[in-house]
Design a protein around this ligand. Structure first.
Ligand code: TMP
Length: 262
């Protein structure tokens, strides 16, 4: 497969065409942004960790029957994906109140929600990804009623699975963001999970200490983003402790890089 031209560049990833019909390459950058691009930085190694963590989560979701765009990871920063028509909505799922929900509605940070809460934001950087209702989605044809119903079912299954997966490794899944796309299969549109699932797109707290292991370390200037993402990868069993070596995160990341070099 040959990598072609850049099709789309987002804040943290680039999509390239390929010479295989229907397939693209998703490249994970080290760029970190927050507050709709107002805060920007490059954090060396972030893209490598997100590529690997997202691959792990999407592969596990595929095993429970969730259709995703992931075909396979190519190398440290790239994955082959099915090129879907992205639905222009960010689907946010919350289990515990944090972030914009606490600000918008005055809910105390850390409040456990009675049930998972799904919120919709229009994917439009110029407008600052505004919160919208399901009625807006239908009124402006961003998705059909059937698509929204199907996506909501998928979201609840994904959330159930991910809450359990993270709980098993001592992490609370506070909230996360998903994107979905339409894919034509035999002339029929199917809905598949797209984009990425990583500590950039989730809030992850240590179950006991509630230490933040996600992009809030960058948003809130807490530092230690790479050690936190590395910790998530290690707990998921993606990065292995290197016996005999000083167990610093830099060591783990560079041994991961060596192992995964093409
Ligand atoms: P929020 O509390 O800022 O609305 O974020 C909710 C969740 O969605 C959180 O896990 C971070 C994730 N998210 C993204 O992945 N991309 C975004 O652009 C935003 C605003 C949030």
């Amino acid at each position: 497969m040959k990598k072609g031209k850049k099709l789309y560049e987002g804040k943290a990833k680039v999509i390239y065409s390929t010479n295989t019909k229907g397939l693209a390459i998703q490249y994970f950058k080290d760029d970190a942004t927050a507050f709709n691009n107002q805060k920007k930085s490059k954090i060396e190694g972030k893209g490598v960790l997100n590529n690997r963590i997202s691959e792990y989560i999407l592969e596990n979701l595929a095993q429970i029957g969730i259709k995703t765009h992931l075909v396979k990871r190519l190398n440290m920063r790239e994955q082959i994906i099915k090129l879907a028509e992205i639905i222009p909505i960010e689907f946010v799922i919350r289990n515990i109140a944090s972030g914009s929900l606490t600000k918008r509605l005055g809910i105390v940070e850390g409040t456990v929600l009675k049930e998972p809460l799904i919120e919709y934001c229009l994917k439009d950087d110029k407008l600052g990804d505004p919160l919208i209702s399901e009625e807006h989605i239908l009124a402006f044809d961003w998705a059909t009623k059937r698509e929204v119903e199907k996506i909501k079912k998928m979201i609840l299954r994904i959330n159930d699975f991910m809450v359990g997966m993270f709980r098993g490794v001592g992490i609370k899944l506070v909230d996360f963001k998903l994107e979905f796309g339409r894919l034509k299969v035999n002339d029929k549109n199917d809905i598949i999970l797209a984009d990425e699932i990583s500590p950039d797109t989730c809030r992850l707290w240590d179950s006991i200490t509630e230490k933040k292991l996600d992009k809030d370390r960058f948003r809130k200037n807490l530092g230690g983003l790479i050690p936190a993402y590395t910790e998530v990868a290690k707990r998921l069993g993606i990065l292995h402790e290197t016996s005999g070596l000083n167990n610093s995160n830099v060591t783990s990341l560079s041994s991961f890089k060596r192992k995964n070099k093409k």
